[in-house]
Design a protein around this ligand. Structure first.
Ligand code: GCW
Length: 674
């Protein structure tokens, strides 16, 4: 089925064929170096990919000729793929057409591959390749995916079926694995973690002889597409796997165990990039058990892996998940900064901290984590989540790239300029090399990969954005639509509108003014206003009969002062606090008048009615596409939109009714509230 190929579902494109006639009958010259090496392998992958795409899109066969690097100048006509020293940055590429000669040059094999996929994108979108001259340099050195796949085949927060990496505690390597590598490389992903950060049971054994052979094969499949394999690690492996009594980072037996383990791992898996670690978080073991801090914990692993050039990616999602809801002083939002900011400069050079975009947990709207900009001497990765845990679970359409853009564009004021989140994680702010972006992936073994067909835009968009953070969310969505659904302008117009408004619509019927967590506990789908109100998770809205919101100003939990000026004052001052986040930072009366002139309660009612009616409009619009997109896909999407509508009504009615009952204030438009 075509949707198994997502945006690489090449179709014969007559428009492209006419525009790019000069490519017909050309040959591909691949310039490789002498001997067998990884760079050559990636360049060969690139050539095969280009051959396939030209064959399908332009309906013409091109031959591939291999040349040893020195002799390339002989080929005057054709498509040349080669490495060059001119481009200094790894993964950057130069695509150029001149007098019928098309060259794709890069400093490494991966860059050549990216150049090829750039060209393929242009062929699919029917852009003119004549006189093309483009140099692209990736903004982020690391562009990662984190899969939360378990060894039994289930996926934590997975909404697209089962894992395609694991089944019954075995690794799967098949056509889908190859297609995965190809799809990810086509949008610039260069690293992936295949197992859940919650490493339990058999997953601890991934670093044992039972799995090395399979992991090695997998890492080679990935390496041919320029993707480096990483694994998640159980911090208590010395106990659970090694039979030691402790996992204390200062214990000499533990240190020796890790040194030996890393040596063993790298003997079997020379391509492994390193490990992602969730420690001292939500019940997972970590250095706190032994009275050690997070840097001491991370450095243990970093030292052991260093001889092999490996990296330790250490998550900052550390907070007290045994909070008492009666306690108004502890604020979960503060935890990441409180634990990590004082450790700036203490992490070894092969440690990267991975920081979730917000201080809580992937809510519909949160402020940016104040850790960004607070750690000048620490390498950092921004972690986002395209698995739609709190944003409709791939049953609702919610295009997340506009939100990711806002996060990347956020000014931290950590310097005079180059102080945005995008500057920090790209290495521009502090000159760091090991940094970038990671996302919790939204894929599974569903035919269409992402459950909701439109959720494919988030997978595509994340890759494109992490490569080039200045692309607009709209440009990315357009590309994705054209490559996935073809060049019908009506299809593009309607789907683009749906995608571009989807996050705002979702926010309207779920989560007003920065209040999160009003979801069903555990699975997080559907409304439950008090679902997390009296729990241990530190996730409270504090609504009573007079008002709602959390006071995080200096009079409250003091969280606002984790930001640098001017952000600290901007959030603390009700006048300047952005309205979309006002209840995140302030406790307000329902009768408080917002800048729009509406009261808080009226805003809640209005947005919930609007959200539902926007979903109704989406469905009407979408129905105009019947017959214009593949019927099966049309029906699948329609089905999800209909479920979304039903769910949005449930959200609207529960939220509005709850706050009406609490406040006793009627909707001024007299609409139905139950
Ligand atoms: O959002 C929470 C999820 C957990 C997840 C955790 C994390 C993998 O509900 O399922 O665990 O975040 O990011 O570690």
């Amino acid at each position: 089925m075509s949707f198994e190929k997502m945006w690489l579902n090449y179709q014969k494109n007559e428009k492209s064929q006419v525009i790019n006639r000069f490519m017909l009958g050309q040959s591909i010259y691949v310039c490789i170096s002498e001997g067998e090496n990884q760079e050559n392998r990636v360049i060969r992958t690139a050539a095969k990919e280009l051959q396939e795409a030209i064959g399908d899109i332009l309906d013409t066969h091109v031959d591939i000729y291999e040349k040893i690097h020195e002799s390339v100048d002989e080929c005057l006509e054709g498509i040349i793929l080669r490495r060059t020293d001119v481009l200094k940055t790894p993964d950057a590429y130069h695509v150029k057409e001149r007098d019928g000669l098309l060259s794709i040059e890069a400093n490494n094999g991966r860059g050549v591959l990216y150049g090829v996929f750039d060209l393929i994108r242009r062929l699919q979108c029917a852009s003119n390749l004549k006189r093309l001259d483009v140099i692209e340099t990736p903004d982020n050195p690391l562009r990662m995916l984190n899969h939360w796949d378990n060894m039994d085949g289930s996926i934590e927060r997975g909404y697209s079926g089962q894992s395609f990496f694991f089944k019954n505690h075995e690794l799967c390597i098949n056509d889908r694995t190859h297609m995965y590598a190809k799809l990810m490389a086509s949008v610039g992903i260069n690293a992936t973690v295949i197992n859940n950060v919650n490493v339990k049971d058999s997953a601890t054994e991934l670093i044992s002889s039972r799995y090395y052979k399979y992991l090695q094969v997998l890492s080679e499949v990935f390496a041919d597409y320029g993707i480096t394999l990483y694994l998640s690690l159980n911090y208590a492996a010395p106990i659970d796997l090694g039979g030691l009594a402790s996992a204390d980072p200062f214990d000499s037996e533990v240190i020796a165990w890790w040194e030996q383990k890393m040596q063993e791992i790298y003997t079997h898996l020379p391509h492994l990039g390193g490990f992602l670690v969730k420690a001292d978080s939500e019940g997972r073991p970590g250095p706190f058990t032994y009275g050690r801090n997070q840097a001491e914990g991370a450095n243990l692993l970093a030292r052991a892996i260093k001889p092999y050039g490996g990296t330790i990616i250490w998550r900052c999602f550390v907070y007290n998940c045994q909070q008492d809801w009666r306690d108004y002083n502890t604020d979960r939002a503060r935890a990441g900064y409180d634990y990590f900011a004082p450790l700036d400069g203490e992490f070894l050079e092969n440690v990267v901290l991975q920081i979730k975009n917000g201080p809580m947990d992937f809510q519909v709207r949160e402020p940016v984590s104040p850790l960004f900009g607070a750690m000048e001497h620490t390498q950092q990765i921004l972690e986002v989540q395209i698995a739609q845990e709190y944003t409709g679970q791939q049953r609702h359409v919610c295009y997340l790239i506009p939100m990711f853009k806002e996060i990347l564009d956020f000014k931290t004021y950590c310097g005079q300029d180059e102080d945005r989140v995008s500057d920090i994680v790209s290495g521009r702010s502090y000159g760091q090399k090991l940094c970038g972006m990671a996302t919790v992936a939204n894929t599974g073994n569903d035919t269409n990969w992402t459950g909701h067909d439109l959720a494919g835009a988030n997978l595509y968009g994340y890759g494109r954005l992490s490569f080039n953070t200045s692309l607009s969310a709209e440009a990315i969505a357009k590309e994705w639509i054209q490559r996935t659904f073809g060049l019908d302008p009506e299809v593009e117009h309607i789907l683009l509108n749906i995608l571009m408004q989807s996050h705002s619509t979702y926010e309207k019927y779920t989560s007003p003014l920065g209040i999160g967590w009003m979801v069903e506990p555990n699975h997080h789908y559907g409304p439950n206003v008090d679902g997390y109100e009296y729990s241990r998770w530190g996730t409270y809205h504090r609504a009573d009969h007079l008002g709602i919101g959390v006071d995080r100003t200096p009079q409250g939990t003091g969280y606002t002062h984790q930001y640098k000026e001017h952000n600290a004052s901007m959030y603390a001052d009700l006048e300047s606090c952005p309205e979309a986040l006002v209840l995140f930072f302030h406790h307000l009366k329902y009768t408080h008048e917002l800048k729009t002139g509406k009261t808080v309660i009226q805003h809640i009612y209005d947005t919930h009615f609007e959200g539902v009616s926007e979903v109704e409009t989406m469905i009407q619009e979408f129905k105009r596409l019947q017959g214009r997109i593949e019927q099966q896909v049309y029906l699948r999407i329609l089905d999800r939109l209909e479920e979304q509508l039903e769910s949005a009504r449930e959200w609207r009615d529960q939220i509005n009714t709850y706050f009406y009952r609490k406040s006793g204030i009627s909707d001024k438009h007299g609409r139905q509230i139950f």
